[in-house]
Design a protein around this ligand. Structure first.
Ligand SMILES: [Zn+2]
Length: 112
């Protein structure tokens, strides 16, 4: 086991996406919170309860909903929870399979 050196430089709170395990600034991620009513999105990021964070990306949500989210929240997602989250995922934009951007044009235009 190798331990990573602790960095205490940044003031930005960082969280891990339960889908892809990337660590990012909290505001880059969507918070999900476990409430007495079930697992819900927390757009304010301030709801009380155990929270988990996921990218606003379908691929991350797919992985999260396959079990990572339930695991992170130490609960089971009910059918209703899942439905609400899937409704949210459904309105996210589709993403490209490849995350690589192709340099299509080499800014070749001449200034007049
Ligand atoms: Zn992610």
């Amino acid at each position: 086991m190798t331990k990573k050196t602790v960095q205490r430089v940044k003031h930005v709170p960082q969280r891990t996406c339960v889908g892809c395990r990337q660590v990012l600034a909290k505001r880059e991620l969507v918070r999900v919170v476990r409430t007495a009513q079930g697992v819900r999105l927390d757009p304010t990021g301030k709801a009380a309860g155990r929270g988990a964070y996921v990218h606003a990306l379908r691929s991350c949500w797919e992985r999260a909903l396959k079990g990572a989210l339930a695991h992170a929240l130490k609960t089971e997602l009910s059918g209703e929870d899942r439905e609400q989250l899937l409704a949210y995922v459904a309105q996210l934009p589709q993403e490209e399979e490849s995350s690589e951007s192709h340099p299509g044009q080499q800014g070749n235009d001449m200034m007049p």
